[in-house]
Design a protein around this ligand. Sequence first.
Ligand code: MTE
Ligand code: HPA
Ligand code: MOS
Length: 753
Amino acid sequence: MQVTGEAEYADDTPMPPNGLHAALVLSRKPHARILSIEDSDAKSSPGFEGLFLHKDIPGTNKIGPVIDDEELFASEFVTCVGQVIGVVVADTHENAKLAARKVRINYEELPAILSIKDAIKSNSYHPNTEKILEKGDVELCFQSGACDKIIEGEVQVGGQEHFYLETNSSLIWTTDGGNEVHMISSTQAPQKHQKYVSRVLGLPMSKIVCKTKRIGGGFGGKETRSAFIAAAASVPSYILNRPVKITLDRDIDMMISGQRHSFLGKYKVGFTSDGKILALDLEIYNNAGNSLDLSVAVLERAMFHSDNVYEIPNFRINGKVCYTNFPSNTAFRGFGGPQGMLITENWIQRVATELKKRVEEIREINFQREGSILHYGQQIQHSTLAQVWNELKSSCEFFKAREEVDQFNLHNRWKKRGVAMVPTKFGISFTTKFMNQAGALVQVYTDGTVLVTHGGVEMGQGLHTKVAQIAASSFNIPLSSVFISETSTDKVPNASPTAASASSDMYGAAVLDACEQIKSRMEPVASRHKHSSFAELVSACYIERIDLSAHGFYITPEIGFDWKTGKGIPFSYFTYGSAFAEVEIDTLTGDFHTRRADVMFDLGFSLNPGIDVGQIEGAFIQGLGWVALEELKWGDAEHKWIPPGHLYTCGPGSYKIPSVNDIPLKFNVSLLKGVPNPKAIHSSKAVGEPPFFLASSVFFAIKDAIIAARADLGCNDWFPLDNPATPERIRMACIDDFSERFVKSHFHPKLSV
Ligand code: MTE
Ligand code: HPA
Ligand code: MOS
């Protein structure tokens, strides 16, 4: 249904009679006091039906997913371009936009913080967010003389736009004379929409319903940031007692709804001449933007993943959440994990360069093992790292590929090839313990069909298919007898956002719990008589007055982390994988293509290999966009030609997401065999986010190719390469007679972080 276009999304819902379209009035300054708002032009605009500002909000103006540090409509100050100041409703989408643009705001401009480095200089951090983790004694190790070499450096990690195909959209209406509010929303968090609308309108949550049939991608971008948009549209709907639809245009969606956090990492690493890592002192900073949102949890996951798969005997990591005058950044596939791991692989690559060794060798000799204690106290159990690495290494014929690439590079001056192999481990569970709970409702009808509802949202990841499979196998009925219609806050309450890749683990288990309750109620009837079909058994149970509906529930066992001691078990288990990539770059244009990518992934006993291979391919390609194609350009000190705080790259014309031409020419994805996971449903493993980071193999293969180009000029020193490794960056890193007229070998191109 999705690929043929039959599937309905929020904006496809027919507009009810009397419905209005909403458009947001947005700040055009990164930091300013609002002096006055002139609305006369807007009010006389065609089709105008109303303008609503902070003073019109019936309930509270204070919102936020973790702490209430945001205003629904800015009252006195704006703190980013794109902040919502009000909402206009009109008869059509176009008229609403036109009228919203005619609302004139007069500002008194104030100084703005427009990068992580600005924030560090101005000591601009979100309050009480600094985090520390420590293992061993870093100082002692550095001073002991045990390290043959100690190096220091910096890594900049770029952000990323979610670019879900369906932009944020909600349809909201009142019922029963205005006492109840219902909405259909494109969100990973219907419960958050219910809560925000309840608070903003001053209504109890019990009178608010949010439904989500499916969403056209979320990737974390709709874990929290969809909610303020729905809440903005709920104000005119409630006050005018009319249906209101809001659907954001792409440029507005990109400008206001937040992105993957850019990061800055500062490292000091000590190691032996064999390449054994002995000590790491790391500071990481993320660019949170103008509100806290989930930035602390994102920072925490980055800190937990800052070892990637490496044993670091002495390790200290300090994390800070930067307050900047940008739209609030948010969850994005991997949730800080990829940023943390990319910083790691950067200094690992540097250690290899310093020692003139192959980076894959440095990786291998520092692998964590079964029983390793991580820097946050969790112990490695059931590790499949060695298997995913060794099986990949032989199936991709790494040494042969290395040799062929070296030969190619000897014979070519302006085209260079590179290879890389990168491992990953990804922790499964929300690191916020209470979020690891899941509810489900299973209803069996007398024709033997089953309606399953659970708290998770279908966003293209195949969750409903997996969960339906679990119900069908539990009842031993065909998959076609199980239906999942929608996610709704009035069927399963208080659901966590569909996120952290754990939804099939958790909702699968909650549904299984409900199925088992029903089966045990049916058991006496089933054992009395042999029924010829499930439908017959169900009908017999119905006649016997057996309850054929059950609520199921699941909590992830044995997890918990204490930030006071910096120790605990944040993750139920880890998903492991490895990837090999081979690229070819054109050193004169900076263009590249991926000749081959091979992935070996451990998903335990996969619930659905078709879906899972699709998730791995999708995550890899999305990751490839992050590491090599997609560059956000913001109006900051480095980009003076963009108005301060504005997003220049707010559409596909200037922001390049992967297309069919970016798919590796050969792309092999394999699942590790014979490794049941004791920690999750039917011995499976979570898949959604873990493969994302494997695309860094393409990044390091590009860097490998650039190294070969520079070697032709006798330049063998380490050099920085930020992600995304766009053609511009690749070109300028491949120094030659042409580029040296403009830049030196250590040239470090600008990047908005
Ligand atoms: N796959 C598709 N097609 N669309 C999406 O939006 N989101 C990803 C991943 N795969 C996403 C996706 C993210 S960020 C997460 S956390 C998981 O799916 C969430 O779903 P799960 O818990 O069912 O894996
Ligand atoms: N992952 C995804 N979303 C989250 C998390 C997490 O660990 N914690 C809070 N929201
Ligand atoms: Mo995914 S970033 O946890 O929605």
